[in-house]
Design a protein around this ligand. Structure first.
Ligand code: ADP
Ligand code: MG
Length: 287
């Protein structure tokens, strides 16, 4: 039977907007030593804005239009920002053969042309020579009919409470904080430095995030528990693999909320420390 105190713990957590799906997760939070984060939507707001547009042999408006065509059906925060910057509704009849490739980007037929929009990995896959931008930001390269058309730089912002979240975790005895991201090394390292994370692994595909997590499992002690915190876009496999998977409930996808063990309703990473504190208090009451 479940000790009554756990219900108090779960109830207390829910009052703080932390939904814990079972007393076993609250119990496991007592022994957490490793906290692994996704970047976009988890430590950063996931609200990108297009900051610069660098076309080649076309106008900025044209480049933005091709990018918006490509992103027409994507739920990725990157796609939302590009559609916002374009600002005009896109006629669905112009678009066909839409393919979204996780951790890469999009290929699509738009207005009679083949458009490819995504990161450097996608350009390499499609054999398109691209320019390496010098500014730091998430880069979306665009190619039209096999020719490189330039790139957009879009930037996100670190969440207000992210630094506090990391320092509170340290104070609670977390020995390792790690970020796994599909974004570039430049962006990943910038966020990692700003927050003082112990490790950053960038340019990862969804299955490579799981591989990194397996390495952490192999390093840590058997009794030490690992949390993963994500927003569920391209990270449900890691959410499922963690001892305790946290999902951001506000921005997060339904699939993430489903796959998670704990849901943070208001998307604040500092709620992870709050959940651990509740777990420790609950254990004292129960045992
Ligand atoms: P993260 O770990 O930051 O959440 P994702 O796995 O969601 O990253 O995406 C990794 C990278 O793949 C992005 O930084 C971007 O370069 C590229 N990408 C993914 N989806 C898209 C998209 N819809 N349009 C353009 N690029 C994309
Ligand atoms: Mg993500």
């Amino acid at each position: 039977s479940i000790p009554l105190g756990f219900f108090g713990g779960i109830g207390g957590a829910s009052k703080q907007g932390i939904l814990v799906k079972g007393s076993n997760y609250l119990e496991a939070l007592n022994d957490v030593t490793h906290v692994v984060f996704d970047k976009t939507g988890t430590l950063t707001k996931g609200k990108f804005a297009v900051t610069t547009v660098h076309p080649i042999d076309m106008t900025k408006e044209e480049l933005l239009q091709y990018a918006a065509y490509a992103e027409v059906h994507s739920n990725h925060p990157i796609a939302l920002s590009i559609r916002n910057a374009y600002g005009t509704n896109i006629d669905d009849a112009l678009i066909s053969d839409y393919t979204e490739i996780a951790g890469h980007g999009i290929t699509v037929k738009a207005d009679g042309r083949t458009v490819v929009a995504g990161n450097a990995k996608l350009m390499q896959k499609e054999n398109i020579a691209y320019t390496e931008p010098t500014e730091i930001g998430t880069v979306v390269h665009v190619a039209v009919d096999g020719r490189y058309a330039g790139y957009l730089v879009i930037t996100d912002a670190i969440k207000e409470d992210a630094a506090k979240a990391i320092s509170e975790l340290r104070a609670l005895g977390i020995t390792k904080t790690v970020m796994l991201t599909g974004d570039s090394k430049a962006v990943g390292d910038a966020v990692g430095r700003a927050l003082g994370l112990d490790e950053v692994h960038a340019e990862l595909l969804p299955h490579e995030k799981v591989d990194e997590m397996e390495k952490l499992y192999a390093q840590k002690g058997a009794k030490e528990k690992l949390i993963f915190v994500g927003d569920g876009i391209n990270d449900t496999p890691v959410l499922a693999r963690a001892d305790v998977g946290f999902a951001m409930g506000g921005l997060g996808s339904d699939a993430a909320i489903e796959a998670a063990d704990v849901v943070i309703m208001n998307d604040e990473p500092s709620k992870i420390a709050a959940a651990i504190r509740i777990a420790k208090r609950t254990r004292r009451i129960v045992w």
